[in-house]
Design a protein around this ligand. Structure first.
Ligand code: ATP
Length: 217
């Protein structure tokens, strides 16, 4: 069974950094599909004048021409904070015990995994696929992470190909060039009246301008 990928984020707004990460992971990990799950009420961040529904709409516009990318709105439809572990639990219940699931993230996010709610349970629900910049192996950077995270990383490290044969529990790394694009920078550019063309899909840029989003930082 080909694994299903899960990419959560604030997507405030979604940009080509997210889309290239997803596209490369789709190919390199042989994923069936990738579910984009915009966060509902992001703690300590986000743009107050942009609603969760608008962030979600921008994801929909961005992924419209890639049939393997699917918008999953379960977190934005909730009125309370959602933890990844709960979202994964729901997906596991819906998709069945044997379906391989891969939680996708950048290397920086993985090195902070121990700060996530009930983070060790994530391994019982999904594999984790980490994208790292070529030349910056996680193997060196993991040395500064807490012992428990290092232990899981070392014990669970596997080839991404293996993930199709088990529902959860592995950690794989993929060398994926990181585009120097950040949502923070895009928001700042819009607020300053500067161009955002070629940093994100035209449909998303048009939506931002039409709805006067990010006009103040
Ligand atoms: P900000 O720039 O405001 O920090 P962000 O785009 O980094 O926002 P999210 O939308 O939460 O934040 O990111 C979702 C996921 O996409 C994370 O796993 C993050 O590591 C990854 N990601 C974000 N930007 C890039 C990029 N330029 N290249 C590759 N992966 C990225």
């Amino acid at each position: 069974m080909n694994p299903i990928g899960i990419l959560g984020g604030t997507f405030d707004p979604i940009h080509f950094g997210h889309l290239r990460l997803a596209e490369e992971m789709l190919e390199l990990a042989g994923l069936e599909q990738i579910r984009f799950i915009p966060a509902g009420t992001p703690p300590h961040r986000g743009s107050p004048q942009v609603s969760a529904q608008q962030r979600s709409m921008m994801v929909q516009l961005a992924i419209a021409d890639q049939p393997a990318f699917v918008l999953d709105e379960r977190e934005v439809k909730r009125d309370r904070l959602c933890y990844t572990v709960d979202t994964l639990g729901e997906l596991r219940a819906e998709l069945g015990a044997t379906q391989p699931l891969c939680l996708l993230m950048g290397g920086d996010a993985f090195l902070q995994l121990h700060t996530w709610h009930e983070w060790e349970r994530l391994f019982e629900l999904a594999h984790i696929v980490v994208g790292y910049r070529p030349g910056y192996t996680l193997d060196e950077r993991i040395e500064v992470a807490p012992e428990m995270l290092r232990k899981h990383y070392r014990e669970r490290l596997c080839a991404v190909e293996v993930m199709a044969h088990a529902p959860c529990g592995g950690v794989a790394e993929l060398a994926i060039p990181k585009l120097e694009i950040s949502a923070t920078d895009i928001r700042r550019r819009v607020a300053e009246g500067r161009t955002i063309r070629y940093l994100l899909p035209n449909a998303v840029a048009d939506y931002i301008h039409q709805h006067h989003l990010y006009t103040s930082c």
